[in-house]
Design a protein around this ligand. Structure first.
Ligand code: NAD
Length: 270
């Protein structure tokens, strides 16, 4: 399914770890749609080497960057500028919480870990855009996206401090979106994706139950990663030029559903 929707567009894709990663699927689809881009991930994630396969397949360079490091981001954007001049899109597809990993209960949060989760999963989005804006690397009508989750709006047990990180992430999109829009006509949005079976997703306590619950309680069922990638492509394309500062639900209707018949039936209420 290639329509040249991103023909001539250049970008940076953060967060492809393995073929389950949402960012991996976005990179494959962006390549099919004619985009050129740099792939980036934390140096420690690159040690696994899986990203080389994606780089080869999409004819992309890999530039390591810890997204919390301004120095690494400056190096990354310098490399992007050398290669492309200006760019048109950025995908931030990054999340990590040590409190989640170590299964520390939300009410018992370790604050060092909490700060780290905010920095990696949310403040890093601000950092990426700050460096991009300072370098004036985005073309007008460029599009910047980050991936979010409905735990920013609804309490989801087990999502832990990532709920707070996603709320902050969505607020940064809105607030930075105002300034970048006024100054450079760059648009900034978050896509709030269904539970998806990836490395980050699998780290959430009770993830499989959450996945099944959301699937059952959505009129369309959970949105697969490939469809999320397709939505990202639409958002990077010129077909969505006036969409900015939004949190866009890509969740089969889950966020707007009280309860489905399927769920009532499952619960034995009929
Ligand atoms: N999987 C889900 O159920 C789901 C649902 C909604 C939103 N999301 C969001 O989608 C995004 C991508 O996650 P995914 O599910 O594809 O999982 P993933 O584990 O494949 O991707 C997470 C990425 O973050 C990267 N990362 C972590 N720390 C980093 C750092 N310091 N610097 C740079 N990169 C770093 C990891 O290396 C990895 O590539 C995340 O924001 C996640 O919260 C996931």
């Amino acid at each position: 399914m290639a329509n040249d929707l991103l023909k001539g567009k250049k970008g940076i894709i953060f967060g492809a770890l393995n073929e389950n990663s949402i960012a991996w699927q976005v990179a494959e689809r962006a390549h099919e749609e004619g985009a050129e881009f740099i792939l980036t991930n934390a140096p420690i994630a690159l040690r696994m080497g899986e990203l080389n396969e994606l780089a080869q397949k999409t004819n992309s360079d890999i530039v390591p960057a810890d997204v919390t490091s301004i120095e690494d981001l400056e190096n990354l954007f310098n490399k992007a500028e050398e290669k492309f001049g200006k760019i048109d899109f950025i995908l931030h597809s990054i999340g990590m919480s040590i409190n989640v990993r170590k299964k520390i209960h939300y009410t018992e949060a370790n604050y060092e870990y909490y700060h780290k989760a905010m920095d990696i999963s949310a403040i890093s989005f601000h950092k990426v855009m700050k460096v991009a804006k300072q370098k004036d690397i985005m073309n007008e009508w460029g599009s910047i996206l980050a991936l979010s989750f409905i735990a920013a709006q609804l309490s989801i047990p087990g999502y832990n401090d990532m709920s707070d990180a996603k709320s902050l992430l969505e607020s940064i999109a809105r607030t930075f979106g105002y300034y970048y829009g006024v100054d450079k006509k760059v648009r900034i949005n978050t896509i709030s994706q269904s539970p998806t079976k990836t490395t980050a997703g699998g780290g959430i306590k009770g993830f499989n139950s959450l996945y099944d619950y959301a699937d059952l309680n959505s009129p369309l069922g959970n949105a697969p990663a490939l469809d999320c990638a397709n939505y990202c492509i639409a958002m990077f394309s010129d077909l969505t030029k006036y969409v900015t500062m939004q949190n866009l639900f890509h969740d089969g209707g889950f966020s707007r559903t009280g309860v489905t018949d399927k769920m009532m039936h499952k619960l034995g209420f009929e």
